[in-house]
Design a protein around this ligand. Structure first.
Ligand SMILES: Cc1cc2nc3c(=O)[nH]c(=O)nc-3n(C[C@H](O)[C@H](O)[C@H](O)COP(=O)(O)OP(=O)(O)OC[C@H]3O[C@@H](n4cnc5c(N)ncnc54)[C@H](O)[C@@H]3O)c2cc1C
Length: 275
C-alpha cells in the first residue's frame, strides 16, 4: 500500500475544501469496506484519504422530508434494515441491506459507499433504482441532485465530478399502493458478491419497474406503464461477463428469469396485502 496523508474533517465545508484542494489525488473514506481493499491491492493510490465519518452533516440519519425519506451519507446497512420507516415504505431495500456481507460489514458499510463504489453487483442498487432514488452531491461547483439511473457509467465509475461528495440519498414516498421485492443469487453468502441481483416494484396504476445488477458493466432499470411488461426485451439487454469466475453467462441469464418470477410474485403479494 502506498503511503498517504489522512484527514478527518468534522464539517462538510472542510471536507469539500479538502477534496477541492486535492482533486483526483484524494479518496473519500466512509466505512472503508471497499476502499481499504482497493488501497491494499493498489487499485487506488491516493495521496490523501479524507475520512468523512466525523462530518456532522453526514451523521447517520433517516428522516422524512418533503415527500421523501432522506438517507444521510453516514447511514449504514444496519440503520437501513432496522428502520421502521424503511420497513414500511421500502421493503425491497430493507431486504437488500440485510443481505450485505455479515453483521460486522453491515455495521460499517454505508448506503452511499455502496452506490459510490459503483460495483455492478452492489446489492442495494436495484432496489434504489426501482424506488427512483435521487443522489444529493456537493462539490467545488455547488450542490446538485442526480437521478440514480444517471449516476452509473460502468464498474467503478460514476458521474460524480472530481471533488464531489455524496451527502444524502432521497427515496420519494409513493403516492399510491406499491408492492416491491428483492432477490439475489450468490455462491456463498457473506463472502461473495452476487451472481444476479434484482428488484421489482409494482403499483396499482399498472406500472412495473424492474432493475437488475451483476449482468453487465452497470445495473439497468426498466419501466413499463400498464399491460404486461416486455420481460424478454428487458432480459435481452443483459450482458453477463463471459470471463467472470463467479458464474457463466448462461447460468446468470437462467437465474435472471427465475429470480424475476420470484420477485414479481412476492411484489404482487405485497401489493395485495397493502390494499
Ligand atoms: C467481506 C465483505 C463482504 C461484502 N459483502 C457485500 C455484499 O454482500 N453486498 C454488497 O453490495 N456489498 C458487499 N460488500 C461491499 C461493501 O461493504 C459495500 O459496497 C459498502 O456499502 C461500501 O460502503 P463503505 O461505507 O464501506 O464505503 P467505502 O469503502 O468507505 O467507500 C467506497 C467507495 O465510495 C467512495 N465514497 C464513500 N462515501 C462517499 C461519499 N459520501 N461521496 C462520494 N464517494 C464516497 C469511496 O471513496 C470509495 O471509492 C462487502 C465487502 C466486504 C469487505
Amino acid at each position: 500500500m502506498r503511503a498517504f496523508a489522512y484527514e478527518r474533517p468534522t464539517t462538510l465545508a472542510d471536507a469539500v475544501a479538502l477534496l477541492a484542494e486535492h482533486g483526483p489525488d484524494a479518496r473519500i473514506l466512509a466505512g472503508g469496506t471497499d476502499l481499504i481493499i482497493r488501497l491494499r491491492d493498489g487499485t487506488y493510490a491516493p495521496s490523501v484519504v479524507v475520512d468523512v465519518k466525523r462530518v456532522r452533516e453526514l451523521a447517520p440519519a433517516i428522516t422524512q422530508t418533503d415527500g421523501a425519506l432522506r438517507v444521510s451519507a453516514g447511514t449504514v446497512m444496519t440503520d437501513i434494515h432496522d428502520s421502521p420507516l424503511m420497513q414500511r415504505w421500502f421493503p425491497a431495500l430493507v431486504d437488500a441491506a440485510r443481505f450485505v456481507g455479515s453483521v460486522q460489514i453491515r455495521n460499517r458499510a454505508t448506503l452511499a459507499g455502496n452506490i459510490c463504489n459503483a460495483s455492478p453487483a452492489a446489492d442495494t442498487v436495484p432496489s434504489l433504482l426501482v424506488y427512483d432514488a435521487r443522489v444529493h452531491a456537493i462539490g467545488p461547483a455547488g450542490e446538485r441532485t442526480i437521478p440514480l439511473d444517471d449516476f452509473f457509467v460502468r464498474s467503478g465509475v460514476t458521474t460524480l465530478q472530481p471533488g464531489e461528495l455524496v451527502t444524502a440519498i432521497d427515496l420519494p414516498l409513493p403516492s399510491g399502493r406499491v408492492g416491491s421485492a428483492f432477490q439475489r443469487r450468490t455462491r456463498r453468502r457473506g463472502h461473495d458478491l452476487a451472481s444476479v441481483t434484482l428488484a421489482v416494484a409494482l403499483d396499482d396504476a399498472g406500472t412495473t419497474r424492474l432493475a437488475y445488477g451483476s449482468l453487465g458493466p452497470r445495473p439497468l432499470l426498466f419501466v413499463s406503464e400498464g399491460g404486461a411488461p416486455p420481460l424478454d426485451d428487458w432480459f435481452a439487454a443483459a450482458r453477463p461477463s463471459p470471463t467472470s469466475m463467479r458464474a457463466s453467462p448462461d447460468y446468470r441469464l437462467a437465474m435472471l428469469r427465475v429470480l424475476t418470477q420470484r420477485a414479481m410474485a412476492a411484489a404482487r403479494e405485497r401489493l395485495e396485502a397493502a390494499a
